[in-house]
Design a protein around this ligand. Structure first.
Ligand SMILES: Cc1cc2nc3c(=O)[nH]c(=O)nc-3n(C[C@H](O)[C@H](O)[C@H](O)COP(=O)(O)OP(=O)(O)OC[C@H]3O[C@@H](n4cnc5c(N)ncnc54)[C@H](O)[C@@H]3O)c2cc1C
Length: 429
């Protein structure tokens, strides 16, 4: 039995099939993919959720190879205008400036060398300064650099956290920097350089197609999970119940408490779900009038948008992707509030006229209650590894508790491999 049809749950279903195990997968939505969501709009396959992948992310990259999914570089490097908003004005960055910005980011992430010496092993190095309890905001306040470089580094932190910086752990930036080979350039590339041409939906469909022994049921929200002497009973909102020897809970950390568990989950899991991780930003696609060219503009937290990048452009109109780490600063009356978005974009593209805004409101989506997983200060040591610790016949998977690329598609896939293996071993023993 698998609860949740994101990359973690679907990968586990395929891996169990490969091991000759049958599973029922129940997914609340009318589609697979969870926090990845490719939606066709205005002739473009838009990624409303997870988008970027990278060869340094071994699990997702092996899936890309396995299914021969085509990738492309995005943002398009040719003619890319790079800039940072500093003191309320846009400052263009030459290639040399961009290189200096990367150096500044490497300096900011210097503690990663001692804290995450071997990031793929999950070993945490010494932390004499108590950085695991420090927020990105506190760490940035102590960071000195020229104003443009400092604001660029802060913009990068906003892009990593995608939540308010005072609520996001400083170690999250260090961890991603370490996973990217302790390289600022590779950190940037891991976060935003390569995407799937046909979208994440192609990849998850390929994985699901090979889950040949799985019975995948969409539109099947789970209400309650009861462990009995001989197995697990999963009760759906519809009143139907499915019983199995084990269940894999592949739900986002933030929604664990929306399902009733009997017996209750560990206190750490319940507290983590109640506190939530800090990822609660807003990613949206914004159509503007005319050709605004190929731009990538980073901005510090004081700005309502923290990264603005061209998705497509033409003479009549252009599509931009806007990332807001703290949507409260955007003051949108609704997700598609064109007027407020237009006001917010003036510091980036003076005079720009917004025509429409589309996307998905993950933070208010009851099946996600957040974006990608960014731990709050302290959660790294307090929450992991309990989040993925088996409880009786319940196993746990998901990007939010992955070993390495936590918060990424890669982490979800990695957790799916691991949990399927663990379940198979458990059922064999
Ligand atoms: C805006 C945004 C941008 C992102 N950008 C990137 C990126 O560029 N690169 C990258 O690698 N990652 C990115 N991520 C993160 C990545 O998408 C996620 O970490 C990953 O997809 C999570 O997979 P998962 O299977 O662990 O969880 P999910 O995808 O959340 O899957 C969990 C599933 O459980 C279902 N569910 C919830 N409650 C119930 C219930 N009661 N009953 C049944 N089913 C239920 C949900 O509908 C969902 O399908 C982004 C995420 C967001 C939101």
């Amino acid at each position: 039995m698998i609860v949740g049809g994101g990359f973690a749950g679907v990968t586990a279903a395929r891996e169990l099939s490969a091991r000759g195990r049958r599973a029922v997968l129940v997914e609340a939505r009318d589609r697979l993919g969870g926090r990845t969501y490719t939606k066709d709009h205005d002739g473009h396959p838009m990624e409303f959720g997870g988008t970027w992948v990278h060869p340094l992310q071994p699990h997702v990259w092996s899936e890309i190879d396995r299914y021969d999914a085509e990738t492309e570089t995005f943002p398009v490097p040719e003619g890319l205008r790079q800039a940072v908003v500093c003191d309320g004005r846009v400052v263009d960055l030459s290639d040399e400036d961009a290189a200096r910005a990367l150096e500044a980011f490497a300096e900011f992430c210097a503690p990663a060398t001692t804290m995450f010496p071997e990031p793929f092993s999950e070993m945490l190095g010494p932390d004499p300064d108590g950085l695991t309890d420090r927020s990105l905001r506190e760490q940035l306040d102590a960071f000195k650099a020229e104003p443009e470089l400092r604001d660029w580094v802060e913009g990068m932190c906003c892009a990593i956290a995608f939540g308010p910086l005072e609520q996001s752990g400083a170690t999250e930036a260090f961890r991603i920097y370490a996973l990217s080979g302790h390289s600022a350039a590779q950190t940037l590339a891991s976060l935003s350089a390569t995407k799937l041409v046909k979208g994440t939906r192609e990849l998850i469909s390929s994985i699901a197609e090979q889950a040949t022994l799985a019975d995948i049921r969409l539109n099947s929200p789970v209400r309650r999970v009861v462990q009995t002497d001989g197995g697990v009973r999963v009760e759906l909102e519809s009143g139907e119940a499915v019983s199995a020897p084990t269940a894999l809970i592949a739900l986002p950390m933030n929604v664990l408490n929306s399902v009733e568990f009997e017996p209750g989950l560990s206190e750490i899991k319940r507290t983590a779900s109640a506190d939530r991780h800090a990822g609660a930003g807003m990613k949206c696609f914004v159509r503007v009038k005319g050709d605004i060219g190929n731009v990538s503009i980073v901005a510090p937290e004081a700005q309502p948008i923290n990264w603005l990048v061209t998705y497509a452009h033409g003479p009549e109109s252009s599509w931009l992707i806007a990332f807001a780490a703290n949507p409260k600063k955007l003051e949108l009356a609704a997700f598609d509030d064109v007027q407020s978005m237009q006001t917010a974009l003036q510091s980036f593209l003076p005079g720009v006229e917004v025509e429409s805004v589309v996307g998905w409101d993950w933070a208010n989506d009851p099946l996600a209650l957040g974006t990608w997983c960014i731990y709050r200060p302290g959660q790294l040591t307090q929450v992991l590894p309990d989040l993925r610790t088996t409880e009786g016949r319940l196993f746990f998977a998901g990007s939010d508790s992955a070993r390495t690329w936590r918060g990424f598609i890669d982490g979800a896939i990695e957790s799916g491999y691991r949990s399927a293996r663990d379940i198979d071993n458990y059922l064999t023993s």
